[in-house]
Design a protein around this ligand. Structure first.
Ligand SMILES: C[S@@+](CC[C@H](N)C(=O)[O-])C[C@H]1O[C@@H](n2cnc3c(N)ncnc32)[C@H](O)[C@@H]1O
Length: 227
């Protein structure tokens, strides 16, 4: 499969992915991201590689009734699921959430209107994750906040026996790029993205969860001249 097949992959498996994205325990991860991202009330939050919109509800709650949520994804299928769910929601935030089709590494939004941005389970799919993080940093600007959440193998002794299962799950969910080990590629990219976020932000929070499988990093972007 070529890398350009990723949107087709996520379109074909959109409904299945939606179930995984709302599995028990995942909601806790999403609430943790919203808390760590800490968007200003009334602000605009950008959700990069938003998938079926699993982050939309906690992020809309975080920005409050006058805030805005914008989700960006390049797969038409996941956006269809996200928009369908949005139509069933009640105002006020039903009218303040938008899902856009586009490349998350070059989000199709106006910089002046984005206060904070997050990417959950995305950067492991990006060929140049550190460059994407820098672009997002420029988009939210100095003082704006960024958060990343990703899965990787755990080092927790009691949970380590689950790593082979994680490897199988990553292989099954890795569209395109047939060369090399999917789990090692994912971890290389995740490490690069989180390290870059660490480098360009201040007051950076680094947390682990899900018995060591989950890594969350968030911080306030320093002025780009200081990077
Ligand atoms: C593992 S899913 C995560 C979805 C969502 N963030 C969540 O937490 O459930 C990765 C998503 O990123 C999207 N994606 C991957 N690369 C992208 C890119 N360059 N631009 C836009 N979307 C992208 C895929 O279509 C997919 O919906």
């Amino acid at each position: 499969m070529s890398p350009v097949d990723a949107p087709a992959f996520y379109t074909a498996f959109a409904r299945l992915y939606d179930r995984l994205a709302r599995a028990p325990g995942v909601g806790r991860v999403r609430r943790r991201v919203a808390r760590t991202l800490a968007p200003p009330p009334g602000g605009t939050v950008l959700d990069l590689g938003c998938g079926t919109g699993g982050n939309a509800a906690p992020l809309c709650r975080a920005v409050g009734p006058t805030g805005r949520y914008v989700g960006v994804d390049f797969a038409a299928g996941v956006l269809r699921v996200a928009r369908r769910r949005l139509r069933r929601r009640q105002p006020p935030w039903r009218d303040r959430a938008t899902f856009l089709r586009g490349d998350a590494t070059r989000p199709p939004v106006d910089a002046e209107r984005v206060d904070v941005a997050c990417a959950t389970f995305l950067v492991g799919m990006l060929r140049e994750p550190a460059a994407a993080v820098r672009r997002w940093g420029r988009l939210v600007g100095a003082g704006g906040r960024l958060a990343l959440a990703n899965l990787e193998r755990t080092t927790a002794p009691l949970a380590r026996p689950l790593n082979p299962l994680f490897r199988v799950a990553v292989r099954a969910g890795a569209p395109g790029e047939a060369d090399g080990s999917p789990v090692e590629r994912l971890e290389r990219r995740v490490a690069a993205a989180h390290a870059e976020l660490d480098r360009i932000t201040t007051a950076t929070v680094r947390t682990r969860g899900a018995v060591g499988f989950l890594r969350v990093t968030a911080g306030s972007v320093r002025p780009p001249s200081a990077w």
